[in-house]
Design a protein around this ligand. Structure first.
Ligand SMILES: NC(=O)c1ccc[n+]([C@@H]2O[C@H](COP(=O)([O-])OP(=O)(O)OC[C@H]3O[C@@H](n4cnc5c(N)ncnc54)[C@H](O)[C@@H]3O)[C@@H](O)[C@H]2O)c1
Length: 324
């Protein structure tokens, strides 16, 4: 389906996406408007199999072009308009936007039916989940074709509704924000230990924040706030620039442990319920995101099935009170 691809934007995500496509024996061209950025990307050992150019017109023979430039509506509209004028009619055009709607970006594309969202998660070459988004203007068969192709290309492709921040960030960030709010009652080391030993996550939330990078986490969390109640970013996360210092925790305090467990569990099931209530993806896809991408022993979908309605309501209300 895809034999010649281009990635426009040679930043963190663009180069990671290019490495994934190139690992599938696809000819990949990476474009960036900044010569400095191109040189930086070209100089990295892991990018040695990629081709680079600052001439957008070099994408004219591509059958798949994905845009990964700055998360700014006007910049993306300009770039997508230019892409759609250069490529052939059969070329699939995609955006890696994290928070903009695909239908809003589609207005800049000639023949918006061939335009979809293909949301790789960071790091794009390693993270298993790729969210595939068809807008109301997209040709479903194109989105389905890319979905199938991704599944054959060692990714876990998830069909998502055209909604801000899609599913993975919506599911994961309330819990990350709540962990940061819990700093009022416990240390990073204590919270991470409670999360790994009592909540069944592979890696504690502070270790996850350090791994992904604090500026990236803070920016994603700010974008999520557009979703309203329950999605506000924690001020402690926004204030943190450097990696967290994760201490070796001492003896756990029972009351603190119980409060952290309930708040973090509430922060996991609140978005899970919202995602399923709004039908933003299937129950099984949500389950796979939680288990495979986020490292949860039990997914939010499973907790919603296991817990009684009273307990679910109580946990969600504890969480919502904390982020008000
Ligand atoms: N960083 C993440 O964790 C993450 C995760 C998923 C999706 N995304 C999305 O991926 C996209 C890229 O994010 P990033 O973190 O790689 O950003 P980045 O700042 O690392 O890279 C953006 C690149 O786009 C280039 N660029 C800007 N305008 C351009 C233009 N007109 N033509 C060509 N190149 C241009 C810049 O020079 C830069 O190299 C954004 O839409 C972002 O929301 C980011």
């Amino acid at each position: 389906m895809i034999s010649k691809a281009a990635v426009v934007g040679a930043g963190l995500m663009g180069t990671g996406i290019a490495r994934h496509l190139s690992s599938q024996h696809i000819d990949v061209l990476v474009i960036d408007a900044s010569l400095e950025q191109l040189e930086k990307a070209r100089g990295m050992e892991e990018n040695k199999d990629l081709s680079f150019s600052n001439e957008l017109k070099a994408i004219s023979d591509r059958d798949f072009v994905i845009e990964a430039v700055f998360e700014d509506l006007d910049v993306k509209l300009d770039v997508l308009k230019a892409i759609s004028h250069i490529v052939g009619e059969d070329c699939i055009v995609a955006s890696n936007t994290s928070s903009l709607l695909i239908k809003d970006l589609a207005q800049s594309i000639e023949s918006p039916n061939r335009f979809i969202g293909v949301h790789y998660n960071n790091p794009a070459d390693m993270n298993p989940v790729v969210e595939i988004i068809a807008s109301e203007l997209s040709d479903i068969s194109i989105a389905e074709g890319v979905h199938q192709w991704m599944n054959q290309a060692n990714k876990l492709a998830i069909r998502c509704a055209d909604t801000p921040c899609f599913v993975l960030n919506r599911q994961s960030l309330p819990y990350i924000n709540e962990a940061a709010r819990c700093l009022k009652i416990a240390t990073p080391g204590e919270i991470d230990k409670i999360a790994t030993t009592k909540l069944g996550v592979g890696l504690g939330p502070f270790a996850v924040m350090n791994l992904v990078g604090l500026p990236v986490m803070a920016a994603a969390s700010r974008h999520l706030a557009v979703l309203g109640e329950g999605y506000a970013s924690a001020e402690q996360l926004q204030a943190q620039q450097e990696p967290w210092e994760i201490d070796e925790p001492g003896e756990a305090n029972k009351e603190v442990t119980s409060e952290v467990v309930r708040r973090l569990r509430g922060a996991m099931i609140f978005p899970g319920k919202d995602i399923l209530d709004q039908n933003l993806c299937s129950r099984d896809d949500l389950h796979e995101i939680c288990v495979q991408a986020l490292g949860y022993e039990k997914s939010s979908a499973e907790w919603l099935e296991i817990l009684t309605p009273t307990v679910k309501d109580e946990l969600i209300s504890i969480y919502l009170n904390s982020c008000r």
